[in-house]
Design a protein around this ligand. Sequence first.
Ligand code: NAD
Length: 485
Amino acid sequence: MAINWTETQIEEVIASVIKSLKSGQVTVNNTWDSTQYNGRKLIGVYADMNDAIDAATAGYKAVRAMSLEEREKVISAIRDLCRKEAPVMAQLGVDETKMGKVSHKTAKHILVADKTPGTADIVAQVKTGDYGLTLTEMAPFGVVGSITPSTNPSETVICNSIGMIAAGNGVVFNPHPNAIATSNYAVDLVNRASASAGGPKVLVASVQKPTLDTAQIMYQHPNIRLLVCTGGPGVVRSVLSSGKKAIGAGAGNPPVIVDDTADVKKAAKDIIDGCTFDNNLPCIAEKEVFAFSNIADQLISGMLENGAYKITKEQADKLASIVLVDSKNPKTGIIKKVVNRECVGRDASVLLEKIGVRVGDEVRCIICETDFNHPFVQEELMMPILPIVRVRNIDEAIDLAVKAEHGNRHTAHMHSKNIDHLTRFARAVETTIFVKNAPSYAGIGFGGEGHTTFTIAGPTGEGITSARSFTRYRRCVMADNFRII
Ligand code: NAD
C-alpha cells in the first residue's frame, strides 16, 4: 500500500491528465446536475434525505452480511475506479467549484486510492489472565451521517466511504452545496465499484440538494448512530451540539517557523510546494511563515526562485480588502471579516489581476512581508497567498506561531535542524499534525510515511482518521477458560 511520491510521478500524473483531456476521454458536465453525469443517472442520489438514509441503512445491512474478504473486494474495486477516474473527478471539481488545480486534485484522488486504510485497520485486542480471556472488538456504529466540504469534495467522499465501509458501517452524505455534482459523482463511483465487486447496487447514499435542513434530518434520524463532519468551525460546532456521537474535523491556520539552522533553500521550495498544492485548499497547507530575521532575505529569494511573486505592503493591504469581506452576524449584529468565496482556491495570477498585476502561470504563490496582526496572518484564507513575519529568535517565533494557530490544534510546520527548537515548538503548538523539514502534504502521507485521510479530527481527538475511528469497542468475556498457558 505504501507509495513514495516523487517529482517524476507527479509529472506523470499531470501528463496523463493532459493526455486524457486531449483524447476527449474526460468530458465535463457543465450543468452541475447532481443526479446525472453526461446523461448517466448517478446511483445512490435521492431527492429526500429520509430516502437516502433508508438506502444507506440497506447498504449497512448488506455490509454486515458480507465476509471481511468480500468487504475488502468491494474496497479494492473502489480503489481501482478511483485511480482510473481521478482525472475526471479532478476536472469536475475544478469546473464546479472554480477552486484548485486539476493536476493536484488528480494526485489527491490517487493518494486516497493508494493510502486510505481498509479492513486491515480493524484489529481486535485480547487480554488473558487468571480469570480467563477477554476479547475487545472494533464494531461498526451502524449508519454514519457524513458532512463533506467543498475544498476536497470527491476525495473526502471516497476516503470516508473506504474507511467507514471497512469498519462495517453504512454511510449517507450531506455534501457541500457548492460541490454537489462532484461529491455525488464520487457517491456513484463507490456504488458502481460495489456492484462490480458483488456488493449491493446502492452501498452509500446522498441527496440531490443538500441544505442545512437535510443536515438536520440526518442529525435527528434514529438510524444515524455517528456523525462525521469535515468543514469549517460553524458546521463542526453544529454536529457537536447535535446530541449524537460526533467526529469533528475542523478548520486550521497552519503556521510555519523557519529558523537559522534550516536548509533555507530547501525550506523555501518545500514551503511554496506545500502552500500552493491545490491552490492552498488543504486545511493542512502552510498559511503563514515566521522567519528568523537573519535568514529571511535568503528565504524570500529562494521562494522567488520557486514561483513566488512578492507584493508590497500597500499591495497586500489592497489585496486584503478584496479577498476578505465584511459579514454581519444576523443574531448579534457584529461585523466580522470573512474570506471572499470568489477568491478561495483561485490561481495566484487571478488574485494578482484583482490588484492590477498581470503575470503568467509560472507565478504560483503571492508572498509579502507583514506584521503579526495582518489579516493574511490571522485568517485562514485558503488561497496561494503567504505572509512572512520576521522574528528575532525562537521564543518570539513560537509565541507568535502558537497565537496564529488560534488554538485549532490542527497542523504546524517547522524547518530547522535544531532538535531543541523542533521539540519546543511541537510541544507548545499541540497540533494533530506537525511536519518537520518537508512540504505540508507529507503530513497526510504524500511524500511522507503513514496513511492518508481528508478528515483530520483535531477537535474530537481521532486525529488522522481511518477505519478504526468509525468503530465502537465491544467486549466479550470468557470467564475462567481459554487461557491456554
Ligand atoms: P464549510 O464549513 O463552508 O462547509 C462544510 C459543509 O457544512 C457544507 O456541506 C455546508 O453546507 C455544511 N454546513 C455549513 N454550516 C452548517 C450547519 N450549521 N449545519 C449543517 N451543515 C452545515 O466548509 P468548506 O468551506 O467547504 O471547507 C473549508 C473549511 O473546512 C476550512 O475551514 C477547512 O480548514 C476545513 N476543512 C477541514 C478539514 C479537516 O480535515 N480538518 C478538511 C477539509 C476542510
